[in-house]
Design a protein around this ligand. Structure first.
Ligand SMILES: [Zn+2]
Ligand SMILES: [Zn+2]
Length: 1003
């Protein structure tokens, strides 16, 4: 049965099919293994994309790297779990649905909380998780049976459990503090969710009159509207300038409120005037000072940053409008004494871009120090390694400066805080809704309206996705996860928090000791960590190294690239450019190049199949069966079934093993670019351009040379005869007169044989008998040689496909399946063993010899190019070998030299050729190409004559047009001008041709 592979490589036609097959066959599902599992385990958690997400280049890079590493582990025999899911993404999702409501003329308050949340779930059912569908199309080899959503009931229960435990441990508290407040989103946000921007602003100097004196104290601020909420002015105790004012009061302008002058370290003598206004409700430092001095906290704004009733005459104004009015009034009343240009670090909401307002509000906080200490230690002492290493220090610096985390959000979508308020003031934190107040027995309890920061729940995922708080077998097997691959931008949001939570809640956890040992982890290794290693990947930028942004309009849509070049080529591009710590400048031309690479592989596969079918090789029986040990792939070294017979065999086998060594080493250290580029160079260069070319002569021996040989080989004589007749004309024209006679006699002989012995071929005459058995033996020997060459080609190709599979999963699956004609030994190449180097198959001698041979061929090719020798023409060469071994080597490979360098005769000489023109000198040999330009005069005259006829026809037709008055009247002037120009050019060509013909003496 012939092997089927469509003529042209069309990724669109194969990729969707395999993507679907992998999911349908549940190839990457990992059921929980029972105790006694002895395989090493590899676990990787997918950074959960937002349920609102759409695939962008960042995801594409992230997922390509993860899939490469995951497939690589799976093929190496690890029990490999890649766990997928989506995040409910509090603010983002709520905004999405609010926008939808707005288009219907409604807002969330019109619906009420319950209806709104229902509406979000409905949105999620309809549109959520589209990104996971996109992932399936990319071939991401995740376990879809374990897909989770952060608001699933079991994960939500785990979130409540964590909250309650931390509360009981005193690590969660509620209090009134200054938080970052987004007036648009109407919620508190964490420090991490505030993006700072340097902008040009002003520093305003305002003087406050000191009561009972003629003096003023001058303070400075960038937000003058907050002065309406001032409750003190602070000076430093050591500042002599203000010593006489200690204990006095100032009259707050505009508000006419008496406020004290206090001494506090908030005021630094060396800064500005040394005096500062204190606004405890609107600034975090002032808030702390306020607590120290028991100052009132006057909040002058509402949740939308409009001035409230505490702002006196300014109530109802937006904060920026109020700023303008306050300045006008201060100026008019003589209190504004200075305005200076000043660079402000303006905090904006990461989600919506609104300027964040520090706001006093009651929130839930998590005390971070105790958790941070442990999370610092595990990174410091290498329990968790961070790659590239420079991120380790960044992480540690951040950890040492960490503040308590505001975990409550004033949103409706998310995990609602498990706290219930009683009218008696009691707050009950519980896993499930309590029936009555623990203090006053009242049953009138209402649940806290806040939800938790989304990162609170995603920080728990490494263990909650494995069944926590129950102690599960899944945790014993898969926790700690092995690796996390993620972007730098969520190092603090997510990675740091997973480390804190993991170390805290999985303290004392022990991984199954057999599995731990199989994974190569030392017994003492801490199993509370959420992962043993973090790999931080770079950014994808545009071809000009610009950061992609919607405003710049340079965003590259990965799905569009995939549409055009295929997923495999897109993945290969990202892998080939992904040097650790280096951003990727994504260029389409690279992807186009890798599509050509896929095409090259495709064509090589077609060539291989052609030969397999010709030789009649049984691929399944060819010894390729990826070495199986029961159902489990076992470590696989070298290439099974490969028989190194010739120099090129020994050489390619050695090269392949070196490649396998390099690629495995590169992947182990996330040098994706090295792995990809090594495979590319091997496949395209060594394998396709050299090895396949070199073995062609052996493969061709399977082609029956002539009708006689085919007859001997057992082909149907009638079929041969029919073919001969139809090809006769062609064959005769190719042979030329000199070989015609020979051919005719052979034909006659053949026809006679046919008549005598058709249909069964048996040779009665003794003479013929002997002749024919010789022929039979030679045909059989040829087939044997071709068979070995073909088996080697197949074995090498199959192993190379496995090596490439993690980077280009689709094309490799397609060709691999085609090899086995629908009877593959495994359901997928993804389950076959990954090639490992067999150092016994390294062959430095063959590599050295081959490099000399390649060097010779390349030199002859270059000389031919310099001499501008026509492609078809074969030339003689002379070689001076620098030692007898080299001469022997080259003599043994004359055939390869002749074919690959288009040489028709090789002469070995005994003296240097380096003084001759058209020669090269290397350490091993001198080579000289013998070439004089010879021209077949008759043929050249014929060619020139034809050229000339064509030109003359063109001239005649142009002349006809130019003498046509109607044409001249109608045609636009540029058309006429072009025609005239063309005529002049044709005339020039005509005389050139005539000149040449004269030179050659053509008739
Ligand atoms: Zn916002
Ligand atoms: Zn109560």
């Amino acid at each position: 049965m012939p092997h089927e592979l469509p003529k042209t490589y069309e990724p669109g036609a194969i990729e969707a099919r395999w993507a679907e097959y992998w999911v349908k066959e549940k190839l990457f599902s990992v059921p929980t293994p029972p105790p006694g599992e002895t395989r090493p385990v590899f676990t990787l958690l997918l950074p959960p994309p937002n349920v609102t997400g759409r695939l962008h280049m960042g995801h594409m890079l992230n997922q390509t790297q993860m899939d490469i590493i995951v497939r690589w582990h799976r093929m190496r025999g690890f029990l490999t779990l890649w766990l997928p899911g989506t995040d409910h993404a509090g603010i983002a999702t709520q905004m999405m649905v609010e926008r939808q409501l707005a288009s219907e003329g409604k807002n969330r308050r019109d619906l009420g909380r319950e209806k709104f949340v229902e509406r979000v779930w409905e949105w999620k059912r309809h549109y959520g998780g589209a990104i996971l569908e996109q992932m399936k199309r990319l071939g991401a080899s995740v376990d879809w049976d374990r897909e989770y959503f952060t608001m699933d009931e079991n994960l939500s229960r785990a979130v409540r459990e964590v909250f309650v435990r931390l509360y009981e441990e005193g690590l969660i508290y509620r209090g009134k503090y200054i938080v970052n407040w987004c007036p648009r989103c109407e919620t508190a946000i964490s420090d991490l969710e505030v993006k700072h921007e340097e902008v040009a602003g002003k520093l305003y100097e305002i003087r406050y009159p000191v009561i009972g004196t003629n003096e003023f104290i001058t303070v400075a601020t960038t937000r003058p509207e907050t002065m309406l909420g001032d409750t003190a002015v602070a000076v430093n105790e050591k500042d002599e300038r203000y010593r006489h004012l200690h204990g006095k009061k100032v009259l707050l302008p505009l508000m006419n409120r008496e406020i004290p002058i206090i001494t506090d370290e908030l005021a630094q003598p060396e800064f500005g005037t040394g005096a500062v206004k204190v606004t405890p409700a609107h600034d975090p430092n002032d808030f702390q000072a306020g607590l120290r001095h028991n100052l009132p906290q006057i909040d002058v704004m509402d949740q939308n940053a409009r001035m409230n009733q505490n702002a006196g005459a300014y109530a109802g104004l937006d904060r920026f409008e109020a700023r303008k009015r306050v300045l006008e009034d201060l100026r008019a009343q003589g209190f504004l004494v200075g305005e200076k240009d000043y660079t402000i670090s303006l905090g904006k909401c990461d989600r919506c871009g609104t300027v964040v307002e520090p706001r006093l509000s009651t929130q839930w906080f998590m005390e971070i120090k105790p958790l941070a200490e442990h999370a610092t230690k595990v990174v410091e002492n290498g329990e968790i390694t961070i790659v590239p290493e420079n991120y380790k220090q960044i992480y540690l610096n951040w950890m040492s400066n960490i503040h308590d985390w505001c975990i409550s959000r004033q949103l409706w979508w998310g995990h609602r805080i498990p706290a219930w308020h009683c009218s008696c003031g009691e707050i009950i934190v519980a896993r499930e809704a309590p029936g009555k107040c623990t203090k006053c027995d009242s049953s009138e309890l209402r649940q806290d309206t806040d939800v938790l920061d989304t990162w609170f729940s995603s920080g728990l995922l490494p263990f909650t996705t494995l069944g926590w708080p129950e102690k599960t077998r899944d945790q014993e097997v898969f926790y700690p996860t092995t690796l996390l691959i993620t972007a730098y931008e969520i190092l603090f949001f997510w990675v740091a928090r997973m480390i804190m939570f993991g170390c805290h809640f999985m303290k004392g956890h022990k991984q199954d000791s057999v599995i731990k040992q199989a994974g190569g982890w030392c017994e003492k290794k801490d199993d509370s960590v959420p992962f043993r290693q973090v790999y931080i990947h770079a950014l994808v930028r545009d071809a000009e190294r610009q950061k992609m942004s919607k405003t710049k309009g340079n965003v590259i849509d990965p799905l569009e690239i995939i549409q055009r070049f295929g997923t495999d080529a897109t993945r290969f591009t990202l892998a080939a450019m992904a040097a650790p710590g280096t951003d990727i400048a994504f260029s389409e031309s690279r992807t186009e190049g890798y599509r050509n690479f896929a095409n090259k592989i495709w064509n090589a596969a077609r060539f291989m199949f052609l030969n397999i079918d010709r030789v009649g090789l049984d691929c399944v029986a060819a010894g390729l069966r990826p070495a199986l040990d029961g159902a489990k792939p076992r470590p696989h070294t070298g290439i099974a079934g490969f028989q190194p017979v010739t120099l090129e065999d020994r050489w390619i086998l050695s090269r392949f093993n070196r490649l396998a060594k390099d690629v495995n080493e590169a992947l182990a250290t996330y040098r994706f670019h090295e792995a990809a580029n090594r495979i590319y160079d091997f496949f395209w260069g060594e394998f396709c351009d050299w090895y396949i070319e070199l073995i062609k002569s052996r493969l061709r021996r399977a082609e029956p040379h002539n009708a006689l040989a085919r007859l001997v080989a057992g082909e149907d004589p009638n079929k041969i005869m029919a073919e001969l007749r139809s090809n006769l004309a062609e064959v005769i024209s190719e042979l030329g007169p000199s070989r015609m006679a020979d051919f005719r006699s052979k034909m006659e002989q053949f026809c006679k044989l046919l008549e005598q012995h058709s249909p069964k071929v048996a040779w009665p005459e003794k003479e013929f008998d002997d002749e024919m058995s010789k022929l039979r033996a030679s045909v059989a020997a040829d087939r044997e040689v071709a068979g070995v060459a073909c088996t080697n080609l197949l074995a090498l190709f199959e192993a190379s496909l496995r090596l490439l599979h993690p980077v280009m999963p689709f094309i490799t699956e397609e060709i691999w399946q085609a090899i086995y004609d629908g009877k593959p030994p495994l359901k997928s190449i993804a389950l076959a063993p990954y090639p490992q180097a067999d150092e016994k198959q390294f062959d430095p001698v063959a590599e050295t010899q081959m490099s000399i041979l390649q060097d010779l061929i390349v030199n002859v090719r270059n000389l031919r190019a310099e001499l501008k020798v026509e492609q078809k023409l074969k030339l003689p060469i002379q070689i001076f070998a620098h030692d007898p071994q080299i001469r022997t080597l080259l003599e043994q490979n004359i055939n390869a030299i002749e074919r690959l360098a288009r040489v028709d005769n090789v002469t070995f000489v005994d003296e240097s050729l380096s003084n001759l023109p058209a020669s090269r000198h290397t350490a091993a040999f001198d080579v000289h190409v013998v070439y004089e330009r010879k021209i077949d005069v008759a043929a050249e005259c014929e060619r020139l004559k034809k050229e000339l006829e064509k030109i003359e026809k063109g001239i005649a037709s142009g002349q006809r047009q130019l003498s046509n008055k109607q044409f001249l009247a109608k045609a636009p002037s540029n058309v006429v001008e072009n025609l005239r120009k063309q005529q002049r050019e044709l005339a020039a060509l005509q005389s050139k041709m005539q000149g040449k013909m004269q030179e050659l003496g053509c008739s």
